[in-house]
Design a protein. Structure first.
Length: 317
């Protein structure tokens, strides 16, 4: 892995990387799950683990099914705010943005505005024309979306990395202009891109287009987030962050397949390593830099919090 990532070290660039002669398929990107994720923290008991509370505050609690109903979305939002802390956001299809906003408007005590509403555009294929993507973004913002998760045309990137990167950067810029006051996350579908060269190019294009976050996956492909792909993305993201003189910080969203605290912790250690220079600095991470897109992670962490609270209560003899 270190050998494959060596080309990322050094000074940053303000344009997407040029195609390389060849790029190896990243280990762990060819299978839906990677044992390295789950085992990363199990082998090092000395590391200070992130708390369930900290991870919950980084979650975009997500429901993006084809048959979702308002009742389903209600359950999603209720789960997000059921206990403190609530998640960073809920992520739903565009047609449900108005519904979630109405919940917040009608019952702000239960559904606080600090819970952000995220939605998706150009999802999941990345094949919509730019005009449609921009129009969908403008409609989502008008309906009350706080955050836009957009997909690039990753198939074009696979066919022609230069053309794909150029188109991706252009589309990101157009969507950025359509949601200038919203958080913009760009989904590169790393499991489809598969190689360091393509993941590099897609990540750089997203950063160059002024994304706030680069996101691994739609959750609809056969391969979701992997540690190998995330490490490539983080190195490129941090090259852009170091080169940016304005103080703007681009973050990472890990989406797809993160189901437990151990997996989340391993990704947090990678993020801390590249952002702060130490895997031990996970306590410095927050939702402004790292997000987890997941439907299954929240209930697991809620259970862990309850167990912690129970363990802390004094026993009555």
């Amino acid at each position: 892995m270190e050998k494959q990532l060596a080309s990322l070290e050094g000074g940053g660039s303000k344009t997407p990387p040029k195609p390389q002669a060849s790029s190896p398929v990243l280990p762990g990107v060819t299978a839906p799950s990677s044992p390295k994720v789950a085992s990363a923290t199990q082998s090092d008991t000395k590391r200070k683990l992130a708390t369930p509370r900290q991870i919950i505050e980084m979650i975009d609690h997500t429901l993006l099914g084809d048959q979702d109903t308002e009742a389903d979305i209600q359950k999603l939002v209720d789960a997000a705010v059921a206990e403190q802390p609530h998640t960073a956001a809920v992520c739903v299809h565009r047609k449900f943005v108005k519904f979630v906003r109405s919940l917040q408007r009608n019952n702000p005590g239960k559904y606080p505005r600090t819970l952000k509403i995220a939605t998706v555009v150009n999802f999941p294929s990345g094949k919509d024309c730019a005009e449609q993507v921009v129009a969908d973004t403008e409609e989502a913002v008008k309906d009350g979306a706080d955050e836009i998760d957009m997909v690039i045309d990753y198939d074009l990137m696979k066919k022609d990395v230069t053309a794909g990167a150029t188109q991706a950067e252009s589309l990101v810029r157009q969507v950025r202009a359509a949601c200038s006051n919203s958080i913009l996350k760009v989904i590169i579908e790393s499991g489809e891109l598969r190689t360091e060269e393509l993941i590099n190019a897609a990540t750089s294009a997203a950063c160059s287009g002024n994304a706030d976050f680069v996101k691994t996956s739609t959750g609809k492909a056969s391969v979701h987030a992997t540690p190998e792909a995330v490490e490539v993305m983080l190195q490129m993201i941090e090259r852009w962050n170091k080169d940016d003189s304005t103080g703007r910080v681009i973050g990472l969203k890990v989406s797809g397949g993160v189901k437990d605290a151990e997996q989340a912790q391993s990704y947090m250690q990678l993020a801390a390593k590249y952002r702060f220079g130490s895997e031990e600095a996970t306590g410095k991470l927050d939702s402004k830099y790292l997000r987890f897109g997941s439907s299954k992670l929240l209930p697991v962490l809620r259970d862990a919090l309850r167990e912690d609270d129970t363990a802390k209560k004094p026993r009555i003899s």
